[in-house]
Design a protein. Structure first.
Length: 90
């Protein structure tokens, strides 16, 4: 498994992945790198702290609510930049 890297669909899944390799004698991040998605508060508190991606959820929700309120059936493509939050797991 050396050199293996994984990405989880969400931080809770990635946090579960962090616990698995320890029981097998595999080091995170030495042998395996793990990264999540969402930057939940627990990500910074895990051991090792989880590398993850942060997203402007408030801005995304506001844009979606505005589109619904304005009854847009199809609007312009809107992108929202994500930010990598590097921590010890990757």
């Amino acid at each position: 498994m050396p050199g293996w890297a994984g990405r989880a669909p969400a931080d809770p899944t990635a946090l579960g992945v962090l616990s698995g390799p320890r029981g097998l004698g595999v080091e995170v991040p030495g042998d395996v790198a793990v990264a999540g998605f969402d930057d939940i508060p627990l990500a910074a508190l895990s051991t090792p702290a989880l590398t993850t991606a942060s997203h402007p959820v408030g801005r995304i929700a506001a844009a979606a609510a505005t589109a619904v309120a304005e009854r847009r059936t199809a609007g312009p493509v809107t992108t929202f930049p994500s930010t990598l939050v590097p921590r010890e797991s990757a």
